[in-house]
Each structure stands twice: as structure tokens, then as C-alpha cells.
Design a protein around this ligand. Structure first.
Ligand SMILES: O=C(CO)[C@@H](O)[C@@H](O)COP(=O)(O)O
Length: 228
């Protein structure tokens, strides 16, 4: 079932090692069919070199496996909570890409220092709060998703299509799996640039709100004019 979605999600997964965002099996991509309320996700612990579209696992919005011989990603409950919380989201990525993970391990959000960031993320890329010992002990992956949703309470997740999980790593999303990977690549580049920016100038300030508004809204929303 969902052969086209499986192919899309497979291609999005395969972009992660190509873009240098995953080491070994440290990441996963999913994509959802909203009309059927089913999502497709990478199987857990399967090497990218041996991954095939047929191995992808289909899961429903109750978290039940609907199709697939293999166990879905161990992060499936996090993807599930994000699909529930963010109805506009069509694809989700988790990686341990080194620059974004460094910020996550420092439990620091990434300030918007320039237009590269502002073209994709409107304002700071936040770091979600640390989980409590109880939240880690019971339903850890579900709670990871709930804490991300909590971080975006009252905010538009399509304006900031990514987050850092404290002491863990980044999640990003988009309208589909391919866009979610695109945003994961940008998040990693922006994390690298922000780190270097802070090292070049200790008391660096965020880019002006005018510049952030200009760059985000020239690419997003009804007055966008970037591209064809
Ligand atoms: O976060 C982690 C491990 O810390 C996992 O996301 C990562 O290893 C990928 O797990 P899966 O192979 O998708 O189960």
C-alpha cells in the first residue's frame, strides 16, 4: 500500500547520508498521507545501504503498525505526536547531524544571525526543554514529541520548521518528506554558521527584525516573490 508515498519517503531517507546528515543509522524520515491517516517511516536500525522502499513501515495515527515486516523507527511515537500536533506537516526528519546536535547538547536555541537562517526559519530555532526523569522513564519517545509540541504552543510550526531536543538532536519537518529533509540540511548549515558567528564575535546580536521579516516573507506566504 501507499507505493508512491513509500518511494518519496525512501528517496528522502536516502538523501540523509548523501547530504552527510547521518552516521550509520542515526536518523529517520517519515511522510504522511493525511486523507488515509497513515504514515510511512524508515524501519529501525536498518543500514541505508541496504534500505529498500518495500522495507518502509506503514503506521496509523494510533501508532499501530498497519503494514511492514520490520519494526518501525524507535522514534515513531515522536513522529506520531508531531503529526497529531501539527496538521500542516506532511514529512518529518530526525538526525544526529553534528552541528545541530552540538547546539542541542548545549541546550541552546540557534539565534537568527543572518539571512541564510531567515530565509527558512522565522526567528530562533528553539531548543525544547529537557525531559523530566519520569518523562524519560515512561513513554520517552512520545514525551519527546509532546515536549516539541509544547515548545510550539501558540507558534506556527511552518514558520520555524525545526527544533532541537535538549541533549539529543534535531527534528525538522515540511509539507512533505523531501521538504523536511531540505529543512534538515538548512538547519545543519545554519547551526554551523551560527557557531562560527559566535566565535568570531562574542557579543553578536540577532539580525534586525526588519531583515528577518524581509527574508522570511519574500520566500513564504501570500506576498512571496522569490523564485519562479
Ligand atoms: O535518537 C536516536 C538514538 O539516540 C535514534 O533516533 C536513532 O538511532 C535512529 O533510530 P532508528 O534506527 O530510527 O530506530
Amino acid at each position: 500500500m501507499l507505493e508512491d508515498l513509500k518511494q518519496q519517503v525512501y528517496e528522502a531517507n536516502m538523501e540523509l547520508p548523501r547530504e552527510g546528515l547521518v552516521t550509520y543509522t542515526w536518523g529517520n524520515v517519515s511522510g504522511i498521507d493525511r486523507s488515509r491517516e497513515l504514515f510511512v517511516i524508515k524501519p529501525s536500525g536498518v543500514d541505508y545501504e541496504s534500505l529498500t522502499p518495500e522495507q518502509l513501515v506503514v503506521v496509523d495515527l494510533n501508532g499501530e503498525k498497519v503494514e511492514g515486516d520490520l519494526n518501525p523507527s524507535s522514534d515513531t511515537p515522536t513522529h506520531l505526536e508531531l503529526y497529531r500536533a501539527f496538521p500542516e506537516v506532511g514529512g518529518i526528519v530526525h538526525t544526529h547531524s553534528p552541528w545541530a546536535t552540538s547546539w542541542a547538547q548545549a541546550a541552546k536555541g540557534i539565534p537568527c544571525y543572518g539571512t541564510t537562517h531567515a530565509d527558512y526559519f522565522y526567528g530562533e530555532i528553539p531548543c525544547a526543554r529537557s525531559l523530566t526523569p519520569e518523562e524519560i522513564d515512561q513513554n520517552y519517545e512520545t514525551n519527546t514529541g509532546l515536549v516539541i509540541a509544547e515548545t510550539f504552543m501558540g507558534k506556527n510550526p511552518m514558520y520555524v520548521p525545526g527544533v532541537l531536543c535538549a541533549n539529543h538532536g534535531p527534528f525538522s519537518w515540511g509539507r512533505n518528506a523531501g521538504e523536511a529533509v531540505h529543512n534538515a540540511v538548512v538547519l545543519e548549515e545554519v547551526a554551523k554558521m551560527a557557531y562560527r558567528t559566535e566565535h568570531l564575535k562574542k557579543s553578536v546580536e540577532a539580525a534586525s527584525q526588519d531583515l528577518q521579516d524581509k527574508h522570511f516573507f519574500r520566500k513564504h506566504g501570500e506576498h512571496a516573490y522569490y523564485g519562479q
